[in-house]
Design a protein around this ligand. Structure first.
Ligand SMILES: Cc1cc2nc3c(=O)[nH]c(=O)nc-3n(C[C@H](O)[C@H](O)[C@H](O)COP(=O)(O)O)c2cc1C
Length: 324
């Protein structure tokens, strides 16, 4: 077994790969709030080789954005291996293969969770990708299998371990399920009990408390927040406080405003101000969900044309409402 180069423990939570969201500023915000390891949005290996528009932006990083795992998707060995070689030459070190995305656009090309339909092909890709990386630096993000009720993860994970994978992340749903039903954490326990590789849990970790329960119930090495982090990036600090048996901070407009300010600064610092404003329109309403008095303003945020308009709503309208 190869040992991963960065530590993987329950006190070092991960930010999940989140297409459309886990860009550099969002990752840095999560790092500020206690995230240890972050994964890029999924990046098409073919797109990378053919220099598709937008791919370069997905790879934007900086010193504080560490450890960073680049997640690739694809189903053809030459593109995947060449992508790793190219990225290693640019200084990237850790990689992950997306074997979990059920979205039609991805699965119909045989990539993402569709790789689980043909474990032999997946293992062939894995072998080549592991050979192209430093020992312990290649991870795999899998689901239980593609077809509902037909799990393939256990023999697959054992083979990946044998090949020299660095870690396995598992979202315990089947590919054909998409996001329906619930993540069955009992499979995470089974996986952890049967392999020696670090296992990172993903799936239905909506609240900090879910992260704690998942570690307790399954014994996984670490957990990965996805939709939970999109609703509240401070899920990381809340989780870490709970791990230390401390009360987590309450969600408040003041805290959300501070978080949004930091995010706006990070987008500006990295020359992504315009893109940031577009992303803000989907992110801020998510942050505000469940906050008393915020419902009426969530729609207004979507129409804001500048960060100042966003701060005006947060600081004058919602926070004022909260005090009443
Ligand atoms: C908006 C969105 C984008 C996602 N993008 C990716 C991705 O690029 N790569 C990937 O492996 N998983 C992706 N996922 C799946 C998450 O990483 C995670 O495994 C899944 O959401 C289950 O965790 P949760 O139930 O705690 O959200 C995405 C999920 C969401 C909601």
């Amino acid at each position: 077994m190869s040992t991963p180069i960065f530590p993987i423990t329950p006190d070092r939570p991960w930010l999940a790969p989140l297409a459309g969201f886990s860009d550099l500023p969002f990752r840095l915000l999560c790092h500020d709030l206690g995230c240890h390891t972050a994964v890029t949005e999924m990046i098409s290996a073919k797109g990378l080789i053919y220099k598709s528009p937008g791919t370069k932006e997905l790879l934007q990083t900086c010193e504080q954005d560490s450890p960073l795992i680049v997640q690739l998707f694809g189903s053809e060995e030459p593109f995947l291996v060449q992508s790793i070689e190219r990225l290693r030459a640019e200084g990237f070190r850790y990689f992950d293969l997306n074997c979990g995305c059920p979205v039609r656009k991805v699965a119909k090309t045989g990539s993402g969770a569709a790789l689980l339909k043909e474990p032999a092909h997946l293992l062939h890709l894995a072998k080549a990708m592991i050979a192209a990386t430093e020992p312990g630096c290649m991870g795999f993000k899998i689901r239980l299998g593609w077809h509902i009720g037909q799990p393939v993860y256990l023999p697959l994970a054992k083979e990946l371990e044998e090949l020299g994978a660095g870690w396995i992340t598992m979202h315990p749903r089947f590919g054909a399920q998409g996001f329906t039903g619930h993540a069955d954490w009992s499979h995470l326990k089974t996986l952890k009990a049967n392999i020696s590789l670090p296992v990172i849990a993903s799936g239905d970790l909506f609240q900090a408390e879910d992260g704690l329960r998942c570690v307790d119930q399954t014994g996984v090495d670490s957990i990965m927040f996805a939709r939970g982090a999109l609703s509240d990036p401070s899920i990381f600090s809340r989780y870490l406080r709970l791990r230390q048996a401390q009360e987590p901070e309450e969600k408040s407009c003041l805290r959300i405003t501070a978080m949004v300010r930091r995010l706006s600064e990070l987008y500006a610092e990295h020359g992504m101000e315009r893109l940031g404003l577009l992303k803000m329109r989907t992110l801020v309403p998510r942050f505000l969900k469940g906050l008393p008095g915020a419902r009426a303003f969530r729609r207004d945020i979507v129409f804001c044309k500048s960060w100042d308009e966003v701060f005006h709503i947060l600081e004058n309208e919602i926070s004022g409402f909260e005090e009443n």
